[in-house]
Ligand binder design. Structure first.
Ligand SMILES: [Mg+2]
Ligand SMILES: [Zn+2]
Length: 197
């Protein structure tokens, strides 16, 4: 509780989550998660989302899926992956309140992060959401930039052990309000720390 207040996170009601690199393992640069077999949940994600759910907060995914535009998987296949994800989360008492995906290539829409169209879709569907009660949690500079454009708080998930930080990640670290190693760390240490033993 104290730490949530110190971070100004105590009043967060809407937790916007990037997908690849936050919920599931990000594929190597230039590769995409094209099917469920390639979808590997990161450690502690089910429990972290269940904790958000129990705390009364909304957990909403906003994800760039350029692989659709590249023809690597269809919108239907993407929806199928997300159905499997929902089943897997449900087995742990967890659910995502919504998933918004940008299936477009760069420069062809207003919804590919760091543009803010996905947030605007979510804000239409969740009228109580606003910058002041929302946080964007992502692993890339695009996520942090998008959240900042809307004036919301931003959290970088940066598994520093994974690889040397790129220039983009270093910039993202400097721009984000908070850097954590995982979604689980963010939820259990910063958003719902009362659940710590
Ligand atoms: Mg990502
Ligand atoms: Zn788009």
């Amino acid at each position: 509780m104290l730490r949530a207040e110190a971070n100004g996170l105590a009043n967060i009601t809407f937790v916007f989550l990037d997908r690849d690199g936050v919920i599931n393992r990000k594929p190597p640069a230039g590769q995409y998660v094209t099917c469920w077999q390639e979808f590997e949940l990161l450690p502690g994600v089910e429990e972290a989302i269940a904790t958000l759910n129990r705390s009364g907060r909304k957990a909403i995914v906003l994800t760039n899926q350029r692989g659709v535009a590249l023809g690597l998987y269809s919108l239907e296949e993407l929806a199928g992956m997300h159905e499997r994800l929902a089943e897997k989360l449900a087995a742990h008492g967890a659910h995502l309140d919504a998933i918004y995906a940008c299936p477009h290539d760069a420069g062809q829409c207003n919804c590919r992060k760091p543009l803010t169209g996905l947030f605007e879709q979510a804000f239409r569907d969740f009228p109580a959401a606003q910058a002041g009660n929302s946080v964007m949690v992502g692993d890339s500079l695009r996520d942090i930039e998008a959240g900042r454009r809307l004036g919301m708080r931003t959290v970088l998930v940066d598994d520093a052990g994974a690889a040397p930080a790129s220039d983009e990640v270093q910039l993202a670290r400097s721009l984000a309000q908070l850097t954590v190693a995982s979604l689980a760390e963010f939820v259990h240490r910063h958003i719902c720390p009362e659940r710590l033993p």
